[in-house]
Design a protein around this ligand. Sequence first.
Ligand SMILES: [Mn+2]
Length: 319
Amino acid sequence: MITRQEIVSLFEQYDVITIFRHTHPDCDAVGSQFGLKQWLKENYPEKQVYALGTERCSQGIFPPNDEAPEELISQSLAVVLDSATAERTDDQRFLQAAYILRIDHHPVSDDFGNAMYIYTEAAATCELLTEIFAEQSEKQFSSVTAGYLYKGLLTDTLCFRTSNTTGKTLSAAAVLANKGIDIPGINRELFDQSLSSFQFASFVRSRLDIPYSGFGSVLITLEDQKNWNIDSSEAKTYIDEIGHISDLQAWVLFVERLQEQTIVYDGSLRSKSIPINGVASVYRGGGHKNAAGVKGLSKNEYLQILKDIIQEMSSIETN
Ligand SMILES: [Mn+2]
């Protein structure tokens, strides 16, 4: 593993630095990417720094992606951030770089790259970058850099609520707060929702049915989707609206969808402790123990899967 000082030495060695992150980027991926780019531009204005990737992050406001020709990439130091595998890295041209440095907090599942700075106990890649920058006390560390890093730190910890939030995470947050970032402004930028989204969320909550003690079920019909001008895949993302109820052990959200003129049912299944993926697999679905999904169920299958979940819950209770 490379040291923080060796990372800064690498930055100093290369005139061209290209920064990569994973596909379908979240705020930690782009926050670390633009945080590093900003910090490098402020401290080494003569260097050419490119933040590369083809997609945009759907949450928060970040600058557009840069473009760099292959000749530049091949002479550059490529810094790959928050990306556990080479394959998952957006823009495979990083493989042609003169030197590849990885900074990440995901478990190492792929040993690509020339140097690694990977700490799985860190809550975010932005936490690791904050520590690297904070140590360089004679260098610039602006509120712009800090703001990008704070967005990654805040979202990867679900607002400092996840089990990977440590004293180091909060120390990193303190470093960023001391740079003069707009904490309530960033919070609004990341988490405020539109009025129509808020109203649809209220509707989803109002449709909660409790067919069995501890089990919550919501169905969003085609007619509901038409009334709210929302499609089935977007409607399904509102599962979290019923995800924080202390009285529920399991909950599902189903949406109706038209498939070759027939109504089919897609569902997201969630639970706190009872395994729910076994039931999903019976209906051609799958997922994790406490978060699974099914697609294209007939009406009978939809009614039956609700019964199966209740059956699963009652068998666990009687054991
Ligand atoms: Mn991350």
